[in-house]
Write a protein that binds this ligand. Sequence first.
Ligand SMILES: Cc1cc2nc3c(=O)[nH]c(=O)nc-3n(C[C@H](O)[C@H](O)[C@H](O)COP(=O)(O)OP(=O)(O)OC[C@H]3O[C@@H](n4cnc5c(N)ncnc54)[C@H](O)[C@@H]3O)c2cc1C
Length: 274
Amino acid sequence: MDVKNFNTIPETIPIKKIVKETDTIWTFQFEYNLESKPGQFLMLWIPGVDEKPFSIAYDDGKEFWLTIAKVGSATEELFKLKEGDLIGIRGPFGTHYKWEKGKHLVLLAGGYGAAPLYGLARAAVEDGCKVDFVVGARSEDLLLYEERVSALGSNVTYHAATDDGSKGHEGYNTEILEEIIASKDGEGVSKIYACGPEMMMKRAAEIARDKGIKSELALERYMKCGFGVCGQCCVDETGVCVCKEGTVFDGERALGFSEFGKYHRDSMGKKVEW
Ligand SMILES: Cc1cc2nc3c(=O)[nH]c(=O)nc-3n(C[C@H](O)[C@H](O)[C@H](O)COP(=O)(O)OP(=O)(O)OC[C@H]3O[C@@H](n4cnc5c(N)ncnc54)[C@H](O)[C@@H]3O)c2cc1C
């Protein structure tokens, strides 16, 4: 087994830079060669508090970024840290997105899902792909990564969908996905990638399946170890560990999981409906 992928002891590194995307979503940047691939995640240890999984938004071999939403006790403590403070990392873990050179890809992001998909867009553009990057949020101020994605060049188009219509399409980003596929340009779409709320990803996978297009989705389940030992993130009736066999799954496979789009489990293993 690759030693870097069987990473059980956190490595302690300083926070290099903190970029405030919104009041409650910040990007933490670190100088470190993580050797990750787009779609992978790491376990972030907040000393004395907890260890939590986060997707890797950017990794150029010299630095990597995590874009994190303040949602509960661990992330509240993380947001109290400053540049130069130490955190621990284990990883990278999990599967990664796959693409072929020179293809037309549609990337569908909800919330902080824009961050890991940015890593995919960046790598795919370097491989000559054309990318439609479709982000959905409640309102304009919550749309993430627009400038960074637009800076990737003319092969990338950033589309926004907001619930309140404050920017872009008023409604769901899956509606933009359907428009892209229905357009003349959409005939060439070779794969759809989704990262965000599970109901959004389910809809994206269904649209892809109905149109005969391949898809990849990044599933989120409560995780503790990150490498398939503790069983916390196992999918019901399958034993599939999301942290090891995912988190990036083929969309058809994810649609076959009986719990997909219905429920997940909390830290105690109790079912929580979406
Ligand atoms: C593979 C993966 C990638 C993720 N990537 C990101 C990311 O890039 N940015 C980001 O902001 N968040 C990401 N998350 C979610 C992040 O791990 C949780 O939001 C975080 O753990 C919340 O911790 P908390 O103590 O602040 O909140 P809590 O009060 O503990 O929980 C708030 C919410 O986060 C969920 N959660 C808490 N702990 C975990 C855990 N160990 N595993 C999964 N879900 C948990 C809870 O079910 C709840 O819905 C990711 C989760 C997974 C599984």
